[in-house]
Design a binder for this molecule. Structure first.
Ligand code: ZN
Length: 1176
């Protein structure tokens, strides 16, 4: 299709792309933590995977113009349709040229084209040089799953548990929630935050635990779930629904791919000397025969160490004085001409206090039995949001709301509009620069040459041609990339292309991979790179004739020529040490100190593993997972277990010299689950008994990671450590920590230290882990401060996940923990991953955000990358762009699959470029912008005072909006606030970021919670940040029990609540069910099984299973939401006027927060003031 080819006519031989050899980039590796070595990551001895072409440059002809097919300046899909309301008022220069969507030539039936049978005459041209046809790449290669027929590959989607409900991606979230803060005098809420504040014991167990997780593609975030999931419940979360997530490729298809036999075994011979000859364990525990295992080794003298020092946490922090914006003091505003006063109700109508319910805090309108006056249908023209005339109101006593909340841009309305406008048609990716539907809309994607928005979303799909324009607008240019995103069953997984021993075809100069935008010339004998313009010879085996339009006749038969996303099978050149990798290993490392045992956690984990091990990730048709497993328990010393299949009983080996960790056994540590099933089961039965009487309270931590790392090194494989840990590691050992929590640092210049690790030890350890492909997933069960900022360093830099369950209680928290663990173990994950983003001349990737490690300025390294993780990449200009050429991105991820197959996943995206600012503003995506801004700010707190970070955010957004007003909006009164249609939610969402616990913590938010949330957000995708910052609020009593749909969401404000109704609020980490005091008794009976409001227990962690339509409906909604999230959300019941309500109110983000965060209305006024100042 012409679309792809036209675009690149760009300056034929433009300048060599500057970035390839590593332009300087400010040092920061994913995490600008002090002490992160920036040195070259040396593990990859072999060719830098994927980024080094083993083939010597050949045939590079400096250009002379091969005819660059004059691409018609396309008329581009005027995305203006997206902004109906507003665009009209803009000068709307034609958007820069994206070619019109493919016409007849397009792939009507999706990817049918890839059927082996190709398309009719496509076969006509056999390469003159006739590369042997023996391995016709076109036919065998893509076996996306097992099914050769592309289009209908629905079955290939296998996700553990229910499939993502909707179009949106799974996102990984973590638990936690933030809490608003209370006023200084308010008593600290029972347990706010991501769990109960660690400093406050759980009041009722009700939500003592922290974070919640869930898992589900965020998709359905608001609307009726796609039909596939809508039936919701059943799919909900059967513990092990079917197969583990897998990508289903047939490994057997890979000729020549076979892990070296020697590497698969764990025989001693396979251990590399690097790990040192196995030293005899210092305490070769006697073989555990049956009960002999009992009892921790004597070396472990039941040392009863004094209990960990009490948390130094200082008491509730007084309502932090907020920087920047207290409710922007409207009173200071000058009279605003354009503001229509309240009288007419159009804007700024002052709501009278509602009768029945006293607002919890001053300034907040009360809510009465009515959900507030029904919003008048009038929707404010975003062009003319009036500013309040504050001067007419006495400063202090005025009601907070001077503007009718219904008159300012509503997130709910924007979401609903997008859903109704764009939810019905598939999003076809054949057009350059097309803005996708919002993440909250359910839609299907058809790949016709650009990567699905499930893989890549951009802050803008139309980039300014010059850096001056970009600077003027202040709109950050960034892409949020989720390379291994899970797709809904209706969509096709990326095809796997196998080019045999020669490997993928790449540009000789910049090493970009073959993609739809490469232009073939000279009858097909060469191709010109769309990224750097270099001309490269087409390898003989890849030759194909061109048709009259200049397109290869096998265009539709090759994913890499016609699709935006696909995979290549990597050759040995892309492997470490020029050796194909062994299948990865999972090592389970269980804290068996006093608290872990006493809480029942150890027994719970062991019981769960017995069944969970049968669901390890596996590929496609493999009957069993290739992943090997190993087990370690620890407190102050480490216990390794030999679970070799030939043993009658597992054997324990103790290493008490934690200062110099080594693995005491080689053979029998990592085993195949099926082969060692009996021994493993015996071990898991014995572990809880062995440590049942332990008095050991101290733990080590770094040696545990070191042990896992050494084991993987010895086995010469990548893998993942699952560490279950309970306390601050104060035992004498490397990486020992001290309690340095100090909330008095909040709002001081030293606040940043709370987010930084207290020692650089873990940064160095992380570097070693990344070099080995050792990913660390951390499950924390703290009863007090355990320094997440430090313990999380290795997890963060290896691409792992952290889960936190504060005050873990078996009864209320086990479901959440087990669901998280199951999903975490089963989800799709790639190991030993390296990602690079290439761009066409003119822009380059300059900054990266996410959970990874960088040893240079271009390669993002991750020991593990799972389907929920995203990497946000920022771009900057280094040259002028052209409207004709547009801009291209190519994200290449080299990774090892769960079966040990080395692959490259490629995502391509073409963007438009513009010379008019209006085009930029018309093609922005606010949700993505917020994702970027939040990550930018959350990284900023590592180095700057929080106030500085907040002020910078406000300033940048004010500049973005001021630039629009100045250059794009039609002339209007200065008193009017004018927002671009695509950014009309920027103020409300930005305010949510500013009020978040990381940037404006309430007194009950713990230091660990903040560090935890900071890390979580850094890996979130756009859908996750969207619901995290602006939670979804659903009136349950309005739900139609006869339908599968969700009730329409309402805005997050107390005013919208009626005391006669029940609501559900979710933010990806928690689910609240709020019950009004006047709810009918019948409803209470139906939902909670009790006869009155007062009898409802807020200690419930699940809703009772009752046989009536309302109960079923509500539980189905809860289950549906759980399935959509990447972590299991903690359910919290909140009764109106109950103490927990304060926690709930923290999430009513349009209201003023108890920690000083501004209300939406106030913040909008504040932004307006800032904008006016910039313009004056
Ligand atoms: Zn190139």
């Amino acid at each position: 299709m012409s679309v792809n080819q036209q675009a690149h006519t760009g300056p034929p031989y433009g300048q060599p792309q500057p970035g390839y050899q590593g332009y300087q980039q400010p040092a920061y590796g994913g995490q600008p933590l002090p002490g992160v070595p920036q040195s070259q990551y040396g593990a990859y001895n072999g060719p830098m995977p994927g980024y080094q072409q083993p083939v010597p440059p050949q045939g590079y002809f400096p250009s002379l113009g091969f005819p660059s097919k004059g691409s018609p300046v396309s008329l581009n899909s005027d995305t203006s349709s997206l902004a109906p309301n507003f665009i009209g008022s803009l000068r709307a220069p034609p958007t820069s040229g994206a070619p019109p969507p493919a016409t007849g030539a397009s792939l009507p039936s999706g990817h049918l084209a890839y059927s082996q049978f190709g398309h009719g005459d496509v076969q006509n041209g056999i390469p003159a040089s006739a590369a042997p046809m023996q391995r016709p790449p076109a036919s065998q290669p893509f076996l996306p799953g097992s099914a050769p027929t592309p289009v209908s590959q629905t079955s290939t989607f296998q996700q553990y548990g229910p499939p993502p409900a909707s179009v949106q991606q799974l996102s990984n979230h973590m638990a936690g929630m933030t809490i608003g803060s209370t006023t200084a005098s308010a008593p600290p809420p029972a347990g706010l935050g991501y769990g109960p504040p660690t400093s406050v014991p759980p009041v009722s167990g009700s939500f003592s635990a922290t974070g919640s997780g869930l898992y589900t593609p965020y998709t359905a975030s608001q609307g009726p779930p796609p039909t596939s999931v809508s039936q919701g419940l059943p799919l909900a979360q059967p513990p092990f629904l079917g197969q583990p997530i897998s990508t289903q490729r047939l490994p057997t298809q890979v000729p020549g791919f076979a892990p070296p036999p020697s590497s698969t075994g764990i025989g001693p011979s396979s251990y590399s000397p690097a790990t040192g000859a196995p030293r005899p364990p210092t305490m070769p525990g006697p073989p555990l025969s049956g009960q002999t295992v009992a009892g921790p080794p004597t070396s472990q003298p039941n040392h009863i160490s004094s209990p960990p020092p009490p948390s130094t946490m200082s008491g509730p922090h007084p309502g932090p004085p907020m920087s920047g914006l207290h409710g922007p003091p409207p009173p200071t505003h000058p009279p605003q001409p354009g503001y229509q006063m309240q009288q007419n109700g159009s804007f700024g109508q002052v709501r009278g206090p509602q009768p029945n319910y006293g607002g919890a805090y001053p300034g907040t309108p009360n809510y009465g039995s009515q959900p507030g006056p029904p919003p008048p249908p009038k929707r404010l023209d975003p062009d003319s949001i009036p500013s309040p005339q504050l001067n007419e109101l006495p400063p202090q006593q005025k009601p907070r709301h001077r503007i009718d909340p219904d008159a300012i841009p509503s997130p709910i309305q924007v979401i609903e509009d997008d859903r109704s406008n764009r939810g019905s048609e598939p999003f076809v990716t054949g057009v350059r620069g097309q803005v996708p539907p919002l993440v909250t809309t359910n839609f299907l994607v058809k790949d016709q040459g650009n990567a699905s928005p499930r893989y890549i979303r951009c802050t803008s799909y139309n980039i300014p041609c010059t850096s001056d324009m970009a600077k003027q607008s202040q709109v950050p240019l960034a892409a949020v990339i989720k390379p291994l995103a899970t797709l809904p069953p209706e969509e096709t997984l990326p095809y796997l292309v196998d080019h045999g021993e020669s490997g993928p075809v790449r540009c000789n100069r910049c090493k970009a991979y073959m993609c739809p935008f490469m232009q073939f010339i000279e009858g097909g004998r060469r191709f010109q790179c769309c990224f750097c313009s270099c001309v490269t010879e087409v390898p003989p085996h890849y030759f194909q004739h061109l048709d009259h339009t200049g397109k290869r006749v096998d265009f539709y038969d090759r994913p890499e020529l016609s699709l935006g996303s696909y995979e290549f099978l990597a050759t040995v050149d892309y492997c470490k040490n020029n050796k194909f990798p062994s299948p990865p290993a999972f090592i389970f490392m269980i804290d068996v100190s006093y608290n872990a045992v006493k809480s029942g956690l150890v027994r719970l984990i062991c019981e769960e593993l017995k069944s969970l091990l049968d669901y390890l990730p596996r590929e496609g048709n493999m009957e069993e997972s290739a992943i090997r497993v190993g087990f370690v328990t620890y407190n102050k010393v480490l216990h390794f277990y030999n679970v070799k299949s030939s043993l009658a009983q597992p054997q324990m080996m103790v290493v008490s010299d934690v200062a110099d960790m080594f693995v005491p056994l080689l053979d029998g540590f990592l085993v195949n689950v099926n082969e060692s099933r009996t021994v493993i089961a015996s071990l898991l039965d014995q572990i809880p008994e062995m440590f049942a009487d332990t008095r050991e309270t101290e733990t080590v931590f770094a040696p545990v990671i070191q042990a896992g790392l050494e084991a993987l090194k010895a086995a010469e494989c990548a893998g993942k450590l699952f560490i279950f840990h309970t306390s601050l590691p104060i035992a004498e050992a490397p990486g020992k920590l001290k309690n340095r929590d100090d909330k008095k640092l909040i709002n001081t210049d030293k606040e940043k230290t709370l987010f930084q690790p207290q020692t650089s030890f873990y940064n160095n350890l992380a570097k070693d882990c990344v070099a080995q492909g050792c990913c660390v997933d951390l499950f924390l069960f703290p009863n007090q401060y355990l320094d997440v900022a430090t313990l999380g360093v290795v997890t963060y830099q290896t691409g792992g996940s952290i889960y936190k369950y504060a005050y873990f209680q078996l009864e209320t928290d086990q479901d959440r923990f087990l669901n998280d663990l199951r999903r975490d173990v089963q989800k799709e994950v790639g190991f030993d991953a390296v990602m690079r983003v290439r761009t066409s001349t003119g822009i380059r990737a300059t900054d990266f955000f996410g959970a990874f490690y960088m040893s240079n300025t271009t390669d993002v390294e991750m020991a593990g990358l799972d389907c929920d993780k995203t990497i946000t990449v920022e771009f900057k200009h280094d040259d002028k762009l052209s409207e004709d050429s547009g801009a291209l991105l190519q994200c290449a991820l080299l990774y090892t699959s769960c079966a040990g197959q080395r692959r490259l996943r490629i995502h391509n995206l073409s963007l438009n470029c513009c010379t008019q600012l209006a085009d930029l503003y018309r093609n922005c995506e606010t949700d993505t912008l917020i994702n970027y801004l939040a990550k930018y700010a959350y990284r900023g707190v590592l180095g700057s005072p929080v106030k500085t970070v907040r002020d910078a955010l406000i300033n940048q957004c004010a500049q973005i909006l001021a630039c629009y007003r100045k250059n794009c909006a039609s002339p209007s009164s200065a008193g009017q606030l004018i927002l671009p249609e695509c950014m009309k939610l920027l103020p409300v969402y930005l305010n949510c970021v500013l009020k978040s616990d990381v940037l404006q913590p309430g007194p009950e938010v713990t230091t660990d919670d903040r560090a935890y949330i900071r890390q979580l957000v850094t890996s979130m995708d756009v859908a996750e940040t969207n619901v995290f910052f602006y939670p979804r609020l659903l009136p349950l009593t309005k739900a139609d029990v006869d339908s599968d749909s969700l009730p329409a969401a309402i805005r997050n404000s107390e005013e919208r609540l009626s005391k006669g109704d029940i609501y559900l609020l979710e933010n990806g980490l928690n689910i609240f069910v709020w019950v009004g005091v006047n709810v009918q008794q019948g409803l209470i009976q139906n939902l909670f099984g009790v006869s009155s409001f007062s009898q409802i227990s807020n200690a419930l962690s699940t809703l009772p299973v009752l046989e009536n339509p309302f109960s079923k409906k509500v539980r189905s909604i809860v289950d549906m939401l759980q399935v959509q999230r990447s972590r299991y959300m903690k359910l919290i019941i909140v009764k109106q006027e109950d103490k927990l309500e304060m926690l709930f109110k923290h999430f009513l983000v349009e209201d003023k927060s108890l920690s000083g965060g501004a209300s939406y209305v106030d913040f909008l006024c504040h932004m307006h003031k800032e904008i006016r100042q910039l313009l004056s």
